[in-house]
Design a binder for this molecule. Structure first.
Ligand code: SAH
Length: 508
């Protein structure tokens, strides 16, 4: 049988973008991923859905599998001919026991490769504004395990040398022994005034940093409730944080924001919020799927040339409708001579992405905007097609008809309630971890409420800030007794993001 191969891959410190291109490629090729506790499960998304995933634990105090068993597992999988990714936090060879796993494979004549990762020993300080070396302040740096009991007599650690001979000391796994570490360094000759920092969950939205000196870092860290996983940095470079801190000062850092948009549409919004430092909880309250019957839309498409206008009221409407054209053997040429309207810039962009020019976008991005600005242009009998969700607001077709148009609404998709994750999100609310919930359409509001038992949804919202994209969404929220705290003047995702940032930048 062909022998497999094991890739010892570093997953980086937590930010899912801080993995290497090679790590992502090895994950895509994996038959099996054997992984430790990961700060961010999104890293696993690089592996194909068909890949077997084996969790072997190894968070402090949670040794799901002992090291010998992990070694044996890797040997067995490689002998079975599998392509195995052994995924480890940070770098596999920095306090990751990667060397022992490689040695076990070597002993059996099995092949392996190492894909180094960004170690938390460097990344966590960097995200806290602390360079581990500096031309003036630190010419040397040591990575030290804090796991070893500094009190034990047979310690292999040269505390005197570390205390006196190395400029920057970075301790991993050091939280439990922090009092002993600080004491020992001072006993062995380091000044008690040496700056020291503890960085918890570095390079993640939950990062927390405490700064002090060797004489008070234990006290300060206890007061702040600092826990593992954290790195402890000791040395003059810590003082640079005053000027070099950049990550925790972003406008939305420390805020947890629930995004209720449909998964397919949420990515831009999530990215914008995360870029500003927010921790985002993606909680799609809408899923779209094709309408239960295409009959009406198909009929409209077959006689498309009879319409003067096609109006699109969402990117979904545009995407589903144009995909359907293709299914029926048509393409955008079928729309030649027909004027196209979009409710707002995102919908217009979806049309333009398909090579269509949009003739009309109202200056106010909602149905009322279309009515006010398009009605004067309509002559009696203007024929308008609106491909949209099965259930949607009726004001647009009604008002356009009142203005004299002949309006034909056809279902191009329908929205359904996703059945997932309400319990998980409810627990986050109960733990008071949520700061804000965002709604980007009326149906995200009503669906959110429906996803919880009875009045529970409204109750959960009463304790947090609610952000709505525009007046229609805010009105729907109000009808359900929910007051809106943030609402942009322009009804776009960009404007919503900007309003949220402004809301949290206000001095409170
Ligand atoms: N191989 C890993 C280290 C594994 S040992 C690496 O290179 O990063 C586990 C220790 O790493 C934790 O106890 C903690 O000290 C540190 N650590 C891991 N991720 C961290 C993070 N995001 N922020 C701070 N410390 C982290």
């Amino acid at each position: 049988m062909n022998q497999g191969k094991v890739f010892l891959v570093g997953a980086g410190p937590g930010d899912p973008e801080l993995i290497t291109l090679k790590a992502a490629r090895r994950l895509r090729q994996a038959d099996v991923v054997v992984y430790d506790y990961l700060a961010n499960p999104r890293i696993m998304e690089h592996a194909p859905p068909s890949a077997e995933r084996i969790y072997v634990g190894k968070q402090a105090g949670d040794h799901t599998m002992v090291q010998e068993d992990i070694n044996a597992l890797l040997v067995r999988l490689a002998e079975e001919g599998k392509t195995v990714v052994r995924l480890k936090g940070g770098d596999p060879y920095v306090f990751g026991r990667g060397g022992e796993e490689a040695a076990a494979l070597h002993a059996k004549g099995l092949s392996f490769e190492v894909v180094p990762g960004i170690t938390s020993a460097i990344a966590a300080p960097a995200f806290a504004g602390i360079p581990v070396t500096d031309r003036r302040l630190a010419s040397s740096v040591a990575f030290i395990t804090g796991h070893e009991d500094p009190g034990k007599s047979e310690s292999s650690m040269h505390w005197d040398a570390l205390a006196q001979g190395v400029d920057t000391l970075v301790f991993l796994m050091g939280m439990k022994n922090l009092p002993d570490i600080a004491r020992r360094l001072v006993e062995e000759g380091r000044s008690p005034q040496t700056p020291a920092a503890v960085v918890h969950r570095g390079a993640s939205p939950q990062q927390k940093t405490v700064v002090g000196t060797l004489s008070d870092i234990v006290e300060k860290s206890r007061e702040a409730g600092m826990k593992a996983p954290s790195v402890v940095v000791v040395g003059d470079v810590v003082s640079l944080r005053d000027r070099l801190e950049w990550y925790e000062s972003r406008p939305l850092f420390g805020k947890t924001i629930v995004v209720t948009r449909a998964r397919a549409q949420a990515s831009v919004f999530l990215e914008q919020l995360e870029e500003l430092g927010a921790r985002c909880i993606s909680f799609p309250t809408i899923e779209t799927r094709p309408p239960s019957s295409w009959d009406e839309a198909d009929q409209a498409i077959r006689s498309i040339s009879q319409y003067d206008w096609v109006l699109f009221t969402s990117t979904n409407g545009a995407d589903y409708f144009l995909d359907r054209l293709k299914v029926l053997g048509e393409d955008v040429r079928a729309l030649k001579g027909i004027s196209l309207g979009a409710i707002g810039p995102a919908t217009a962009e979806a049309l333009e992405a398909r090579g269509l020019r949009v003739d009309f976008v109202p200056s106010e991005y909602r149905a009322e905007g279309i009515i006010d600005e398009l009605s004067p242009k309509l002559t009696p009998g203007t024929r308008i097609l609106i491909p949209r969700a099965l259930k949607a607001r009726e004001v647009l077709p009604e008002k356009l008809a009142e203005a004299g148009a002949s309006v034909h609404v056809v279902p191009a998709y329908e929205t359904v309630l996703p059945s997932e994750r309400a319990g998980e999100v409810e627990a986050l609310f109960e733990a008071r971890e949520i700061d804000m919930v965002t709604f980007t359409s009326s149906s995200t509001v009503t669906n959110f409420l429906q996803m919880f038992e009875g009045d529970r949804g409204a109750e959960l919202l009463s304790g947090v800030v609610v952000a709505c994209i525009g007046p229609v969404t805010a009105e729907t929220a109000k009808k359900h007794g929910i007051s809106t705290g943030v609402q942009p003047d322009e009804y776009t995702i960009d404007a919503l993001t900007a309003s949220i940032a402004a809301f949290y930048s206000k001095p409170s």
